[in-house]
Design a protein around this ligand. Structure first.
Ligand code: ZN
Length: 884
């Protein structure tokens, strides 16, 4: 699963961001982070169950009552007993109304609990005995299966039904064995309106007229997979057909977005070919379908042979050229899962990295092969940095069972998992690594796996013992924190490199033993020395005929670590200009960004921003100049902006410029870009920037941009957000208008967040938001909850409490509401907390000259996007009745 939200906003520097990532980066918004943590509460079973029976095949017939948002099911499970004398079968079943159960075609006794359907067998069975259990039932699912339908405010929405099983939600619409450690084949029979399309796992067998304007579709999956990978998508979709080596490759979009499929997804067959060749195991399923659905609860989900992705991945064709990798991250991730996750499936949630770490690693693989080494290295370097900033992940090992209070789908399973695989690749070598993966895939094909299966496959293939590696990186927690310095001894002609491991050795975090390459450059050129670091404090000596111009520890940043390397600014400048690996130049850019007032550093960063061959490095140079601040840095950014046409880079430069308060030239330039630019991304970034900077013409420009036309309201939404940062109450009526039902959801969310920051004494606005709490559309409700927190108006407490008491409330939403109530209670008390718990904190705006404010606003924006990601995971259909 890719827990991504694909942002249409401009604050996210990367195309996608994962849930569980970026958490504690935002020290200033710590309370917000803490607020968010409980949302990840899962309570999934950490250990695989002991099984009483083997579910071998399910024939699943579903009809739908659209009026009542009901599913009407008739499922027949074929099971084989795994215990002698078993006299009952238990199926996971939550909220299902069981009408009737038959065992081998005879009526059977059954009982239900809040979690299970227990079916009595006619007599105690024998080991290996087979039974057909037919269950007829109805349900109004609160999870697992979602109805997205048109309503009075959104009458043109294409109707859609889709499911999301992972991790343990299939049981909300289908009584079944709902844990990964069993695999079955399926036949899915869907009866839907005759003008709808359907998609499910496996091959389409046939469609038949069901009468009354209905049609029945039959799908059959002959390769076994687990129930969390079962999928149903049905609705008013359009299909685009392609193929890979005669395997059907199909794509589905809501019927009003047909033109977006090819624009965003056309590299899929090339990816299937690349992965098949690289892994040495061909794509295993009978077809590959990707269905893009509205209001999806995740970024994407790798259902076997039938991935479901968010329709946000259908970027407007006019915006596509501005995103260098477009949606390839999401597409390659879910495709990678078809091998790692679907063909081989984690046995339990504790080993989920075997699914997610690999899928994330496959993203790196695709980027490197299709976009080149520099882009691949940049993605890996950026993931490393991102992981290092999430302090909450540090103490947790990748394989763990204690995820009651935080999701196992975290930045360790995804980012760290992928980085660990990258390190393995480096240490085993290209041939040994991929041969090991091929062996791992072939030996475990169609089976459930644990981490030991991977280590065994590696050792059988390469005869390299990797126990220490897995102990420290997978079963152990953290990563080394190095402090590094060196001296040159001219008499001995030696470089002495001092390396300390500063991480606190406690609980699961130990001392690391890691191979690293040290590169020493002197007048005779660069020379590479492999060493192994293993002690808390070590000194390594290397020959060098002259004083080095540059010493690099861990060339190319191969090891997951943090490193504080004490270097003079001239050496960092030399490194930025001359290091061969992008990762080393990027480290130099970050280091130079911290040297405020150093004009030489600014000039070097400016040159890198204009001329480095790596796009990612240029983006990092822009960020570093923004971090540095001051007139020299501003000048470099302005010069670079004038000379680049590349949209992702322009956008990065504009975002960096938003940090320069009280610089008239910057403000004027940003106003120009905000008014008109060849790049939508740059223009959107500028609209938000002038709001933050409160530039002279900001109000007029932002209001004009709200009225303007752009693909998917891209510029309008940026302008609506900019008006919130600007904080001018004049904008309230306009923002209010854009919060209203019937407007595009993305514009409503932007307008609600911004209006929350204006006219804080206006009770009418508070009442308006309180009304939005009752809407069925999940992102609007979430926006309203946080908007009420932002306003700090305690009169909203009863409305929030009423929302909390609704019996249809999803469990994830409760902590969000509670935290806002708590916040409102505290802030209304004398000396209470400042700012919204989790939204724009207006109290810090009293110090407009403070650069921290700019940072804070950027953080709030990023947090808003992060919040959207979480919104994306929460079930929108928790409401039985409503607007859609
Ligand atoms: Zn995934």
């Amino acid at each position: 699963m890719e827990l991504n939200f694909i942002s249409t906003g401009e604050s996210m520097t990367k195309r996608t961001k994962r849930i569980g990532s970026r958490c504690l980066r935002f020290g200033g918004l710590l309370s917000f982070v803490l607020v968010l943590s409980p949302l990840l509460l899962h309570g999934d079973e950490p250990y695989a169950r002991s099984r009483n029976y083997d579910l071998q095949h399910s024939r699943i017939a579903l009809r739908f009552d659209l009026q009542d948002k009901k599913v009407i099911g008739d499922v027949t499970h074929t099971v084989s007993l795994l215990r002698e004398g078993l006299d009952e079968l238990s199926f996971d079943s939550v909220g299902l109304q069981i009408e009737n159960v038959r065992v081998n075609k005879s009526e059977a006794k059954f009982e239900t609990t809040d979690k299970a359907l227990i079916v009595r067998l006619p007599k105690a069975g024998k080991l290996g005995e087979k039974y057909d259990v037919e269950i007829r039932y109805e349900a109004k699912p609160t999870k697992g299966l979602y109805f997205i339908l048109p309503d009075k405010d959104y009458p043109k929405r294409p109707a859609q039904i889709w499911t999301q099983g992972e991790s343990e939600d299939t049981r909300y619409y289908l009584p079944t064995y709902d844990y990964p450690n069993d695999r079955l084949t399926t036949e899915t029979i869907l009866t839907v309106p005759s003008d709808w399309l359907t998609v499910s796992n496996g091959k389409l067998i046939n469609t038949t007229d069901a009468g009354g304007g209905m049609k029945t579709w039959t799908w059959r999956e002959s390769l076994p997979s687990s129930t969390y990978l079962f999928s149903v998508v049905a609705g008013e979709f359009v299909e685009w057909k392609d193929s890979w080596r005669n395997v059907p490759v199909t794509y589905y979009a809501p019927k009003d977005r047909a033109d977006r499929l090819a624009a965003n997804y056309n590299r899929t067959p090339a990816m299937i070919e690349f992965f098949s060749k690289k892994l040495g195991v061909d794509y295993p399923w009978e077809k590959y379908a990707q269905s893009m659905v509205d209001d999806f609860v995740a970024g994407g989900m790798e259902n076997s042979s039938a991935t479901t992705n968010t329709a946000s991945s259908l970027r407007h064709p006019r915006l596509v050229p501005e995103y260098p990798h477009d949606e390839d991250g999401l597409i390659s991730h879910e495709l990678g899962h078809q091998w790692f996750g679907d063909l081989l499936t984690t046995k339990d949630w504790g080993n989920i990295w075997l699914n997610e770490g690999f899928a994330t690693f496959m993203e790196f693989m695709w980027t490197e092969s299709h976009y080149g080494k520099d882009e691949g290295d940049y993605e890996r370097w950026d993931s490393m940095r991102e992981w290092s900033l999430q302090h909450n992940l540090y103490a947790k090992p990748i394989v763990r069972r204690d995820f009651d209070d935080s999701s196992e789908f975290d930045g360790n399973a995804y980012g760290k998992g992928a980085l660990v695989l990258s390190m393995l690749r480096r240490q085993l070598g290209e041939q040994g690594f991929y041969a090991s993966l091929k062996h791992y895939l072939e030996v475990n094909r169609g089976k459930n796996v644990v981490t030991a299966d991977l280590t065994r496959a590696i050792e059988e293939t390469t005869h390299t013992n990797v126990d220490r590696f897995f102990d420290q990186w997978v079963y152990g927690a953290g990563a080394p924190q190095f402090e590094i310095a060196y001296q040159y001894d001219a008499d001995r002609k030696q470089v002495a490199l001092h390396v300390k491991q500063l991480q606190k050795i406690e609980e699961r975090v130990g001392l690391f033993t890691v191979p690293v390459e040290v590169e020493i450059t002197n007048t005779t050129g660069p020379k590479l020395y492999p060493i192994t670091v293993a002690k808390p404090d070590e000194t390594f000596t290397f020959p060098s005929a002259s004083a080095p111009q540059l010493v690099i520890f861990d060339k190319g940043s191969q090891v997951l670590k943090s490193a504080d390397f004490k270097k003079e600014s001239r050496e960092w400048i030399y490194q930025l200009k001359n290091a061969g690996e992008l990762a080393d130049r990027a480290d130099a850019a970050v280091a130079l960004g911290k040297l405020k007032g150093n004009d030489e550093a600014a000039a070097a960063l400016g040159e890198a921003l204009r001329n480095d061959k790596g796009r990612g490095l240029r983006v990092e140079a822009a960020k570093a100049l923004g971090e540095m601040g001051g007139p020299a840095a501003a000048k470099e950014l302005l010069n670079a902006l004038a000379s680049t046409e590349e949209a992702s880079l322009k956008s990065a430069i504009v975002q960096a410029l938003a940090a320069f308060k009280d610089n008239a030239e910057v403000a004027a330039k940003l106003e120009t870009v905000a008014g008109k630019d060849g790049s939508y991304r740059a223009q959107a970034a500028a609209l938000q920037a002038i709001g933050r900077l409160k530039s002279a013409r900001a109000y007029d420009i932002l209001v004009a941009a709200v009225d303007g036309d752009s693909p998917d309201g891209f510029l309008r939404n940026a302008a609506l957000r900019g008006l919130g940062s600007l904080g001018d109450d004049k904008a309230a009526p306009l923002l209010r208008e854009w919060t209203m039902p019937g407007k595009e959801f993305s514009s409503r969310e932007a307008a609600i967040a911004s209006l929350a920051r204006l006219k804080k004494d206006d009770k009418e606005i508070t009442q308006l938001f309180a009304g939005y709490l009752k809407e069925p559309h999940f992102p609007i409700r979430t926006s309203a909850i946080f908007a009420l927190g932002t306003r700090g108006d305690a009169s909203a407490i009863p409305a929030l409490e009423a929302a909390l008491n609704r019996d249809d409330l999803s469990i994830e939403m409760a902590p969000m509401i509670k935290s806002q109530i708590e916040h409102l209670k505290n802030s209304s008390a004398p000396g209470g907390a400042h700012g919204g718990a989790g939204s724009g904190s207006a109290s810090s705006e009293k110090n407009p000259g403070d650069q921290r404010l700019v940072h804070l606003e950027q953080l709030v924006q990023e947090m808003n996007d992060r919040l959207k990601a979480i919104e994306g995971r929460l079930p929108p259909a928790a409401k039985p009745q409503g607007l859609r």
